[in-house]
Write a protein that binds this ligand. Structure first.
Ligand SMILES: [Mg+2]
Length: 175
């Protein structure tokens, strides 16, 4: 395994956060989720959880799967988004730093072995998970920003994402 794969390759590639169902969590022994917000659950324009996000959270909460948010975004955005769900949330986490993930695991009281990160970016989300030593699920971004910085990041990620999708990272896991 190349050094890139070691830090960028997600364990599961899904179409949307909604594919992280109670069945999926049971099947893959997921008891806690560390979740990115922007472009993973909602667009940058949604200040609060959508009905779909709330329903998704309830379905997981029903079977005891814990949730936390670890975002690189600002305090105001992250706390406002997390408040209606009442779950632990960490802002300005500086992913790929491990710091936010460590705090989330502590806040949820979860075992890293059964804690999985859910995000949309290889270079921040997946790398943070891999550096921390936990599994990662990647979903395609809901709606990307079109700034030059974001486009550059996506351009770097693209060949890796194409390769991992082709290899079927996680595709087999849906059946
Ligand atoms: Mg994101």
């Amino acid at each position: 395994m190349s050094v890139f794969d070691r830090y960028l390759k997600p364990d599961y590639i899904l179409d949307t956060f909604k594919d992280v169902t109670p069945e999926f969590c049971r099947k893959y022994d997921i008891k806690a989720l560390i979740c990115d917000i922007d472009n993973t659950l909602v667009t940058y324009d949604d200040p609060e959880p959508t009905e779909a996000v709330t329903a998704w959270y309830r379905s997981l909460d029903d079977i005891g799967v814990k949730l936390s948010f670890v975002s690189n975004n600002e305090a105001e955005r992250v706390t406002r988004f997390a408040k209606p769900l009442g779950v632990p949330a960490f802002y300005k986490s500086g992913k790929p730093s491990r710091r936010g993930l460590r705090m989330a695991v502590e806040a949820m009281g979860s075992d890293p072995m059964s804690t999985v990160l859910l995000g949309d970016q290889l270079l921040t989300d997946v790398m943070a998970a891999k550096r921390f030593g936990i599994r990662a699920i990647v979903v395609p971004p809901i709606k990307d920003k079109t700034t030059l910085f974001f486009r550059a990041k996506r351009a770097i990620e693209r060949p890796f994402m194409n390769k991992y999708t082709k290899q079927g990272a996680g595709k087999n896991v849906k059946t």
